[in-house]
Design a protein around this ligand. Structure first.
Ligand SMILES: [Mn+2]
Length: 429
């Protein structure tokens, strides 16, 4: 028997993304891709390839998931637990630090970091201390040391300690502009991780990355591992590989922690900008049809049309019109670029603050901070929501699944424009 402990580490499954309960329109939902990748990510545990599973949070895309979705999320975990493999889950910000319908996940091998806690398990003769706390909304930076202390990790003897989180750590990067998280109140200083920890396992940052050095370039005592999200939740994740991590831990080896990233089949994202004002509606229609024809069959295609736009333009951008020819295998959304809806949206979103370090060219909607959340933060950081990245393709406010956002801006033709979409995630993401 190998002394090395193998851990499957996944995070940010965002189940429920584009999965309306009562869809108004029958079409391909990206939600099924998320469910499929969730199942695929858990395969190594179902195969018995690993000794332990850690989910780093944002199991669900939004708080208050319905019971049937919670069942879909938890049942595979229960089966893994049933096979004798411990499963640990860190509640993320998308479930508001609290997993719903936990009765469906009740099993002696399923452990939830519902508060700062230490779970100890002996696996392959290695006494593992799994230490963690749920997503902490207020100023985790200044609270970090006391949250760690509240886990009472020092009271447990262990051969190996792992810290399980759902947070930004200094030096993590996201988005097309490679935004770097630095000194904000929601960013943890890696130097404050106690030295006896072998690694930090964290969800929240949707781009897969492993931090081994601090912002000052000094080597970190423990690597910070982000498996990234299982599928792309926004255009900021365009081109990023998606998958999960397999960790190999051997207290007698050097290094103690090794990791392997395993990719999952993420749908190709394509982004296109069209200058609508220079085109007659018929030409715009042709341009959109051309983009659809050129895209990969399973593309998630996002088209931005710059204005000013006439009623004729709106008509060819409407979801009803798109539905006539967009293949069922694709998700396409066509939205006005930049300022057109800005006024209307700004009212709903509480302003629009950009990412500080991005070049103007990159400051498309795909790189804007999700001020829906940013605005609720104390002191409103106004930067990217790390796990979300940008607001793009996502709803602009809370709404019931399967309905357009309340008060969605309407075009002169009465077509809902927030967003004009077919196949995209906006209704229920
Ligand atoms: Mn997330």
């Amino acid at each position: 028997m190998s002394p090395a402990v193998r851990i499957l580490f996944l995070a940010d499954s965002h189940l429920g993304f584009d999965l309306p309960i009562r869809p108004r329109v029958a079409r391909r939902r990206r939600g099924h891709d998320f469910l499929a990748n969730y199942a695929a990510a858990l395969e190594p545990a179902k195969n018995g390839e690993v000794d332990l599973v850690v989910h780093g949070g944002d199991v669900f895309d939004r708080p208050g998931a319905i019971a049937s979705l919670a069942f879909q999320a938890f049942q595979p975990l229960v089966e893994i637990a049933e096979a004798g493999i411990p499963v640990l889950v860190v509640p993320g910000n998308h479930e508001r630090s609290e997993l719903p319908h936990l009765r469906l996940a009740r099993h002696p091998n399923i452990h939830v970091f519902d508060c700062p806690r230490t779970f100890v398990r002996t696996v392959r003769g290695v006494r593992l201390a799994m230490v963690g706390f749920p997503y902490h909304r207020r100023d985790v930076r200044s609270r970090f040391r006391s949250l760690i202390a509240e886990t009472r990790w020092q009271e447990e003897e262990a051969d190996l300690r792992l810290l399980c989180l759902h947070h930004c750590v200094e030096g993590a990067t996201v988005g097309p502009g490679d935004y770097v998280f630095r000194g904000a109140p929601d960013v943890i200083r890696p130097g404050e991780v106690p030295p006896s920890f072998a690694a930090v396992l964290s969800g929240h940052i949707h781009r897969h990355q492993v931090l081994t050095r601090g912002l000052d370039g000094a080597r970190l005592a423990a690597p910070v591992l982000y498996p990234g999200s299982l599928e792309r939740t926004s255009l900021a994740e365009i081109g990023e590989p998606k998958g999960h991590l397999i960790l190999t831990l051997d207290p007698s080896a050097s290094p103690v922690v090794r990791w392997e990233f395993r990719a999952l089949p993420a749908r190709p994202m394509v982004r296109l900008e069209i200058a609508g004002a220079e085109l007659l509606p018929a030409d715009l229609d042709r341009a959109i049809r051309g983009a659809v024809a050129a895209g990969p069959e399973d593309a998630v295609l996002s088209i931005r049309v710059s204005g000013p736009l006439t009623a004729g333009h709106w008509a060819v951008m409407s979801s009803g019109h798109l539905r006539r020819y967009v293949p069922a295998t694709m998700n396409v959304e066509v939205r006005p670029a930049g300022g057109l809806d800005r006024g209307a949206l700004a009212g709903r979103r509480g302003g629009d603050r950009g990412v500080p370090n991005e070049a103007p060219a990159a400051r498309s909607p795909a790189t804007r901070g999700d001020s829906r959340r940013g605005g609720r933060r104390p002191g409103g950081r106004g930067a990217l929501d790390p796990d979300q990245g940008p607001v793009d393709g996502r709803p602009l406010g809370a709404q019931a699944p399967g309905v357009l956002p309340r008060g969605a801006p309407r075009s002169p033709t009465g077509i809902a424009t927030s967003p004009v979409s077919i196949g995209g995630p906006p209704e229920n993401s």
